[in-house]
Design a protein around this ligand. Structure first.
Ligand SMILES: CC(C)(COP(=O)(O)OP(=O)(O)OC[C@H]1O[C@@H](n2cnc3c(N)ncnc32)[C@H](O)[C@@H]1OP(=O)(O)O)[C@@H](O)C(=O)NCCC(=O)NCCS
Length: 284
């Protein structure tokens, strides 16, 4: 079925070609997102190659030994249902198991769902991608909301690892460096929330936002009030009902469902209450 298809590691020389495939599928990642994935896990990103052309990709990133996240699972429309997606996925899983990763997760599109279910992934929870076009309302100014700077990082990373159960230092610092806007909520010297707004290929992207309930709402409102009028995506965990309600109240509309899935054991459960906006489907 998959005659002449080789699975190999993705390299920086492939990025222009794989980003073309990404653009054809209408996904929102940019070349710098691909570069970040490669920098995070050069040995965990795979390409399927046929006749010198890339037919599909699959990436994975590891957060310590605890959690790995699979993403950018794409197969060219002309090469689908030939087992290529399954082979890419198995290559990722094998490389993660060799490294002793305990928990493997991903955010599945409806098209990805049967492929992952076939391999044994189970659903953890659902998300909705919300979208909005145009300017959003002004937010009440607050001296507690500040631009994220060097001095805030210890507090940001502590809040993030308490919330997520893993360390995402490299990912967060890399995302902040390329964000349109990165904010923190500071109270009596403690960081109680942080959030970012980024520029994607098709739309601005709100996330990640990690914050205590209530503070998350304020951070989202401030971030969006400083947004331009470009299309904006926001991936919300459906169990975070205040976030979904805020999306609706601000005039966002549901664009597509996603299913968060895990393989084997869910040793790092998602903290829906404090996770107001996810970082990217490719990194969770
Ligand atoms: C999802 C995607 C990567 C699957 O790639 P693929 O190479 O077609 O997948 P495979 O041929 O390896 O399929 C493996 C198994 O998954 C299941 N499957 C795959 N696509 C399916 C579909 N459209 N409907 C039902 N089952 C499907 C089947 O059980 C299949 O095995 P079979 O063909 O022997 O029955 C591809 O459809 C794609 O790129 N879609 C658009 C991007 C996307 O949504 N990616 C998922 C991101 S989470």
């Amino acid at each position: 079925m998959h005659y002449g298809v080789t699975i190999r590691c993705l390299t920086s020389a492939d990025l222009r070609e794989v980003d073309q495939l990404r653009a054809e599928l209408g996904w929102n990642q940019t070349i710098s997102d691909w570069r970040r994935l490669l920098a995070l896990a050069p040995e965990g990103c795979f390409a399927a190659e046929r006749n010198g052309k890339i037919a599909g990709t699959c990436t994975s990133v590891c957060f310590g030994d605890e959690l790995a996240w699979i993403g950018m699972m794409m197969v060219h429309p002309a090469s689908r249902r030939q087992g290529i997606g399954g082979r890419l996925l198995r290559s990722c899983i094998e490389s993660l198991r060799r490294r002793g990763l305990k928990c493997i997760k991903l955010d599945a599109t409806p098209m990805g769902l049967p492929v992952y279910t076939h391999i044994g992934f189970l659903p953890e929870c659902t998300l909705t991608r919300w979208e909005h076009q145009g300017l959003l309302p002004d937010a009440e100014p607050s001296s507690s909301v500040q631009t994220l700077s060097e001095k805030h990082w210890p507090g940001v990373l502590a809040l993030d690892s308490q919330t997520m159960g893993i360390s995402r230092a490299f990912l967060l610092q890399s995302l902040a460096a390329t964000s349109l806007l990165a904010l923190v909520y500071v109270s009596e010297g403690s960081i109680l929330g942080f959030g970012m707004l980024r520029s994607g290929a098709r739309a601005n992207y709100l996330g990640p936002v990690v914050a205590l309930p209530g503070i998350g709402e304020m951070l989202v409102r401030v971030l969006l009030s400083r947004n331009d009028d470009r299309l904006t995506f926001w991936d919300v965990l459906d169990l975070n009902e205040p976030a979904s309600a805020l999306a609706r109240q601000l005039g966002f509309t549901p664009a597509r469902p996603l299913t968060r899935m895990y393989l084997d054991t869910n040793t790092v459960p998602t903290n829906c209450e404090k996770y107001w906006a996810t970082a990217d489907p490719a990194t969770g």
